[in-house]
Design a protein around this ligand. Structure first.
Ligand code: COA
Ligand code: AMP
Length: 635
């Protein structure tokens, strides 16, 4: 079958407003839009201006009303606790209404912010949807972040309430969330009025009198009382959530997602991009704290009437490298979406995929990979063993949905390993040189997207419109800067090769080396430091910190490393995955004092590098090479 992709992309190009208005027909609106797109609203224009809707209604109530009440909506599968729980659309509605009622009793209403700091438990999903039901704005904070990171988000979002849990469960270790939450509230200037805490049997916690309430007790009370909470209509352009992501400084960026455009884009993507039908099982093996979790664990599968899987486990070790095949088989998964690092982990432990034949993968059609570059070797391994399409696709927290992919729903295009496919409708991707001129096919440059961005992409940053303009729109006027570098080949396939800023991708998690540097610099013996992302077989990249000791200090290298690693875990969290700290006499700099981080990274990764013309003292690079070799890096 020939792909409908080219015709569909051309249809979007001819009439973008007509295209998205058609797509919007798949969503229930309580008030129709006045304009599909208003170029004069917001920073670069807004979608579905004048319309009113409710995201929770579209994810749950309309499916219950149209006969899906008894169909499975959410499956919680937790090898960490040995539990599997199923919720039909009807049961999901009951839980979400109960949690919405609890929040409403605490004064949470339209426009109020609620932070959700939770492990992968169903209550995290209920809380997100309960906020959507009330027109409140949720901000989910990934559980692997430490107290200061949570505090920064509390101060920026100023939540009325926080929904959290007593603990998270990682392999071999229970993460007590409550001390982190209490620590964050002690650090933050803004104090939430109420914390709703899910007590997990693995580790219970003390509740602060007057501030904390037991979430399960409160929900049980509302359920017993038969509480009813109607979906509150909001403007299509009102925020549904804020998701903080790493920027180029320690201060995270609050990516804003609206209600209307977000629903239209996600619903469209399920059929046309992911090729999934209502009623099928869709599994995104990602944490709800990341954008993939927001879009493809929670919102898109539910908007589309699918069954979604919330997996509290890892690809390996819970209990073995067959964990993903087990989940696919147990729940009849049609499509799996995960990060390449997860497949590298499986391949590392079970190179011949010996676990695979033990499971029934008959309903499984497609594997989707994103979050970092999918190395061709891992893609080929997955293709060979699964005998199914393996789709690399590229997107960002900011876009909320794929920018480019091989659109299996519209019909598969020829696969090119190393490329996350072609631009999706809505995205006009270009490659520009540093002066802003478009380059020829095959030439590397800055990857940008012509404005306006399509429905569902960030309209701005929370409380930071100036930062939004400066970070994304100013450098290349008329375009959104992705901060990725890459090229487009003669056939229109994109190749995303690197970031142009200080962001690194560690096990599919987006981290700022600038933020890690800020934490390292707090060590009393560190005068100066530089953090770079170096290649790692499993995680793609890992941070490596170079430190220069303060004058007169001499420290045992191993001891210093332990202290710096502990400091970064305390300041940012375990997710930073810093393990290597290399003490050096000085850092390589340009004559104007800029640290030459990318040259250091190239030396560590044994890539070709040129002596920077502006370097102050070339001998420093020999010292860096020696220090790395002494640690077994770069040889
Ligand atoms: N709460 C608390 N701590 C967490 C956490 C959470 N939700 N998630 C991860 N951590 C901790 C881990 O326990 C680990 O701690 P440790 O240093 O004490 O071992 C640390 O953060 C680093 O975690 P991670 O980078 O995930 O490494 P890992 O060794 O635990 O697992 C993989 C490696 C590849 C198995 C794992 O990263 C994975 O499955 N990745 C998939 C990536 C993904 O979902 N990306 C989202 C975009 S699709
Ligand atoms: P995040 O916002 O966490 O989703 O991270 C977005 C960044 O991850 C992008 O800007 C890219 O640098 C990288 N990324 C995501 N998906 C891919 C992919 N398929 N190929 C290459 N890089 C990717």
């Amino acid at each position: 079958m020939t792909s409908r992709y080219y015709a569909t992309y051309a249809a979007w190009r001819r009439d973008p407003e007509g295209f998205w208005a058609d797509a919007a027909g798949a969503i229930d609106w309580s008030k129709r839009w006045e304009r599909v797109y208003d170029p004069d609203a917001g920073v670069y224009g807004r979608w579905f201006v004048g319309a009113e809707c409710n995201t929770c209604h579209n994810c749950i109530d309309r499916h219950v009303a149209s006969g899906r009440a008894d169909q499975a909506a959410l499956i919680y599968d937790s090898p960490m606790t040995g539990q599997v729980k199923r919720f039909t659309y009807g049961e999901l509605k009951r839980e979400v209404v109960a949690l919405a009622s609890v929040l409403r009793n605490q004064g949470v209403g339209k426009g109020d912010r609620v932070i959700i700091y939770m492990p992968m438990v169903p209550e995290a999903v209920f809380a997100m949807l309960a906020c959507a039901r009330l027109g409140a704005v949720h901000s989910v904070v990934f559980g692997g972040f430490a107290a200061p990171e949570l505090a920064a988000r509390i101060d920026d979002a100023k939540p009325k309430a926080i929904v959290s849990a007593s603990c998270g469960i990682e392999p071999g270790r229970v993460v007590a969330y409550k001390p982190l939450l209490d620590g964050a509230i002690a650090l933050s200037g803004h104090k939430p009025e109420r914390c709703l805490i899910l007590q997990r049997d693995t580790l219970r916690c003390d509740l602060v009198a007057g501030r904390d309430l037991d979430l399960a007790d409160q929900m049980a009370r509302e359920r017993a009382a038969g509480a009813n909470v109607d979906c509150v209509p909001v403007a299509a352009t009102d925020p549904l959530y804020i998701l903080y992501t790493s920027g180029t400084t320690g201060q995270p960026k609050g990516v804003v997602r609206d209600n209307g455009g977000h629903m239209v884009m996600l619903e469209w993507s399920m059929e046309h991009e992911y090729g999934v039908k209502p009623g099928e099982a869709f599994w995104a093996a990602s944490d709800v704290g990341w954008v993939v979790g927001h879009s493809y664990v929670v919102y898109a599968p539910l908007l589309h009437g699918c069954m979604t899987i919330l997996y509290e486990g890892k690809p390996v070790g819970t209990p073995d490298a067959g964990a993903f095949w087990r989940v696919i088989s147990d729940h009849g998964v049609a499509a799996l979406f995960t990060a390449p690092t997860a497949f590298r982990a499986i391949k590392g432990q079970d190179p011949d995929a010996t676990f695979l034949p033990k499971y029934d993968l008959s309903k499984f059609r497609t594997l989707f990979l994103a979050g970092e570059r999918a190395d061709p070797e891992t893609v080929r391994w997955a293709e060979r063993h699964l005998s199914r399409p393996v789709i690399d696709h590229w997107w960002q927290t900011e876009t909320g949905a794929p920018i480019s992919q091989n659109p299996v729903g519209l019909g598969l295009l020829p696969v090119k390993h190393g490329s996350p496919g072609v631009s999706m409708p809505g995205f006009d991707v270009r490659i520009l040189d540093d002066a802003g001129h478009e380059v020829k096919p095959g030439t590397m440059g800055n990857v940008v997207i012509s404005l306006p961005l399509p429905p569902g992409c960030l309209p701005t940053l929370w409380n930071a419109e100036r930062r939004f303009r400066d970070a994304y729109l100013t450098e290349f006027p008329g375009f959104y800067k992705t901060a990725d570098a890459g090229y487009i080949d003669e056939d229109g396939y994109l190749f995303i090769m690197a970031r142009t800023d200080d962001i690194i991708n560690v096990a599919g998690h987006r981290l700022s080396t600038g933020a890690i540097e800020e934490a390292v610099a707090e060590h009393p013996d560190v005068a100066e430091c530089a953090v770079v992302g170096i290649a790692d077989d499993l995680k793609g990249q890992v941070p490596c910190s170079f430190v220069v000791l303060s004058a007169g200090r001499s420290r045992d290298g191993k001891e210093l490393e332990r202290e710096v690693v502990a400091l970064v875990r305390e300041r940012i969290g375990a997710v930073a995955a810093l393990r290597t700290v290399v003490a050096v006499k000085r850092l390589p700099k340009t004559r104007s004092g800029k640290i030459l981080r990318s040259t250091m990274q190239k030396i560590a990764d044994r890539e070709d590098w040129k002596m920077p013309a502006t370097i102050d003292d070339p001998a420093v690079l020999d010292e860096i090479g020696e220090a790395l070799r002494a640690r077994g890096i770069g040889i």
